[in-house]
Design a protein around this ligand. Structure first.
Ligand code: NAD
Length: 284
């Protein structure tokens, strides 16, 4: 068996088309979805991520504004800016680009964002809502994975899902979202003993550990769906995921590449969440 490669760019294009149509409908009511991005410090990777986000917004017709602060800025100043943006009716989504400099209390800063504008879905209110299955803003990366599965018509109900990685931004919300869709979910992490004995049971294997080549063919069931969230830069400059792509694609039924898999979906779901927020703020 050779896996079908899920083209993240193609799925992302389709979701962005949907968003564009919604943006046009909002424009007839004089509403332009607005995203505020808070960036603190000079992290090179963060700058690239923020540039990608603002570009994606512009392509779909959203207005995005970046608020940049020096790394030495007191947390209270950033929080005050967030409170101002919370009250600004032209801003429908607010995100704080992580990581914040070490002296920041990230939970406190994220907690300042109105739960109605929390398009990254990291506010405790939205995390709690996700646990209860009532989430308003599903976190963008796992939401992107869910959209990819839907797009390919891959059923989730009753499937064995194994999520490798238990972070707050990917692994945990991913597991909750698929459990909500009636999958049987197992979460593995760095302390899991004998990872392979879990991964081999997976009908759908989602890997988000940040470890190149963590998943090799003998750990994957024949016909499994393999979603590689990992992004790793090798010493030779190549970008790879967590899965031995060439080996595992000989065994899986579907597989996502890196780059060009989950990555394009993450930024697209941010746009999607912002458009949904604008629609909720501006009912017909
Ligand atoms: P993280 O470091 O916060 O969490 C990693 C998780 O993987 C932890 O739960 C850890 O216990 C687990 N882990 C580490 N080594 C392991 C091992 N050997 N076996 C099993 N579990 C192990 O990372 P994160 O923010 O969740 O990101 C994970 C990966 O996904 C990274 O490569 C990151 O760059 C990538 N990522 C990609 C996107 C995207 O859009 N494609 C978005 C977010 C993160």
């Amino acid at each position: 068996m050779v896996a079908k490669i899920i083209d993240g760019h193609a799925v992302a294009r389709q979701v962005r088309e949907e968003c564009r149509a919604q943006v046009q409908a909002l424009a007839t009511r004089g509403v332009v979805p607005g995203l505020a991005v808070i960036m603190v410090g000079d992290n090179a990777a963060s700058k690239v991520y923020v540039a990608n986000k603002t570009k994606a917004c512009a392509e779909v017709g959203l207005k995005s504004t970046v608020y940049s602060f020096d790394a030495e800025t007191p947390g209270s100043v950033v929080e005050a800016e967030i409170l101002r943006l919370n009250a600004d009716p032209t801003v429908h989504g607010i995100l704080v680009q992580l990581p914040l400099p070490a002296h920041f209390d990230a939970r406190r800063v994220l907690g300042a964002i109105s739960s109605d504008k929390d398009v990254d879905g990291f506010h405790l209110y939205n995390v709690g809502a996700l646990v209860q299955g009532e989430t308003v803003f599903p976190p963008c990366t796992p939401y992107g994975v869910q959209k990819m599965l839907e797009h390919e018509g891959i059923p989730v109900e009753g499937q064995n899902v194994v999520v490798v990685g238990a972070s707050n931004i990917v692994g945990k919300p991913m597991a909750l979202m698929l459990m909500q869709k009636d999958a049987t979910v197992c979460i593995c992490h760095a302390k899991t003993r004998d990872l392979a004995q879990f991964t081999i049971l997976a009908d759908i294997l989602v890997v988000a550990a940040g470890r190149p080549n963590l998943i090799v063919p003998q750990m994957v069931r024949t016909g499994a769906v393999v979603i590689d969230v990992g992004i790793n830069r090798l010493p030779d400059g190549r970008l790879v995921g967590d899965v031995d792509f060439e080996g595992v694609r000989q065994k899986a039924s579907y597989i996502t590449p890196v780059p060009g898999g989950v990555g394009p979906m993450t930024v697209t779901m941010l746009v999607y969440n912002t458009v949904q927020a604008a629609q909720r703020h501006s009912p017909l």
